[in-house]
Design a protein around this ligand. Structure first.
Ligand code: PHE
Length: 340
């Protein structure tokens, strides 16, 4: 058989094999069988040696054509099989992108912190800057400097936690008034958010709770400014419609003094456990800074006047968020906390 017909036969033998091949491994076998070093083409070309030199170029060309034809068939089949196997792979490893993802749980601020932030923001608009002070106090700062001497009956109302050292857990944020006035000269306009402690526990009292103290000292400060400030503050906090009442009261460190109540929003002022069936909740004590307090910090009470107030943060949080028991705020039950 002539070399040319051997080449033709090789191509017609290989073509259907390539066309019907179903895997890349099988295809490689076919390639080796025909075009490999020891394959059919090599075998056929061994016959070249017996051929006239003049005919060799033509036969060489025919051999190249046959080789190119097979290579093209093999390459096309190869990419066809690769595409198919990639498609199969993708079907096999398909991801359902519509499945809900695994979210990262995001925490948020505690309702008490939220309330402190909101109050600080409102009073910040009036120019009050935030100060802090120690939770463990000497008798002097918690009582004495605030015009509450040792034998003063007001000490009883504070249900104080005493420490072995003679220090106390501060019963209010008012001692920070003294620290700041000792350190700075008027004008002073500060608020002091912080934790305070009293031996007291029921639906509206907890042994550790939060207050925000306010102190403004300058020349010629009047009670009207105290009232205006608290009025603005409470309307900003509860809305213009919230009922608020000022009652005359007594604190050793302010004179005159008042207490401010808001109508109980939990029971619509009808009376409930939280407001002790009065319809009102006391949220704030206030007054004009007592002259004796100014004397203790070295201010001249004839030169400066000022007002102070102390707000109970838990009460405000309970009212604003409709929380019936103060315990819920410290139980750290996520089912409760997640609602805010
Ligand atoms: N310290 C007072 C209390 O805890 C509140 C208060 C602060 C009253 C400032 C008057 C002025 O009850």
């Amino acid at each position: 058989m002539s070399i040319q017909s051997q080449l033709d036969q090789m191509v017609s033998e290989a073509s259907p094999l390539i066309a019907g091949c179903a895997s890349l491994v099988e295809l490689e076998d076919i390639r080796l069988q025909f075009l490999g070093k020891k394959g059919a083409l090599t075998e056929i070309l061994k016959g070249l040696a017996t051929i006239d030199a003049a005919e060799r170029p033509a036969i060489g060309m025919a051999a190249n054509q046959a080789k190119t034809a097979l290579s093209t068939l093999l390459d096309d089949k190869k990419s066809e099989l690769e595409t198919a196997s990639l498609a199969a792979e993708m079907v096999k490893n398909a991801i359902d992108v519509t499945l809900p993802g695994v979210g990262t749980p995001l925490g948020h601020r505690h309702p008490i912190s939220q309330t402190i932030d909101e109050i600080s923001q409102i009073l910040g608009r009036l120019g009050f800057a935030v100060e802090e002070g120690p939770e463990i106090e000497s008798d002097y700062y918690n009582f004495e400097a605030l015009n509450i001497p040792d034998d003063h009956p007001a000490r009883d109302s504070h249900d104080t936690f005493y420490m072995m050292s003679g220090h106390v857990l501060r019963t209010h944020t008012s001692p920070v008034q003294v620290h700041v006035m000792e350190r700075e000269k008027p004008p002073i306009r500060i608020i002091v958010p912080g934790r305070v402690y009293r031996r007291d526990a029921d639906a509206s009292h907890s042994p550790a709770f939060h207050q925000i103290e306010g102190l403004l000292v300058d020349e010629k400060v009047t009670f009207a400014e105290l009232k205006g400030t608290l009025d603005y503050f409470l309307k900003a906090l509860f809305g213009a419609k919230q009922s608020v009442r000022f009652r005359p009261s007594y604190f050793p460190f302010t004179e005159p003094s008042c207490e401010v109540d808001v109508a109980c929003v939990l029971c619509q002022a009808k009376g409930c456990a939280v407001c002790k069936h009065t319809g009102w909740l006391e949220i704030l004590g206030a007054g004009m800074v007592n002259r004796n307090v100014f004397r203790k910090v070295g201010y001249d009470p004839d030169q400066v006047t000022g007002f102070a107030f102390g707000v109970g943060v838990e009460r405000i949080a309970m009212l604003k968020l409709g929380i019936p028991s103060i315990k819920l705020l410290t139980d750290n039950d996520l089912r409760f906390l997640k609602q805010f």
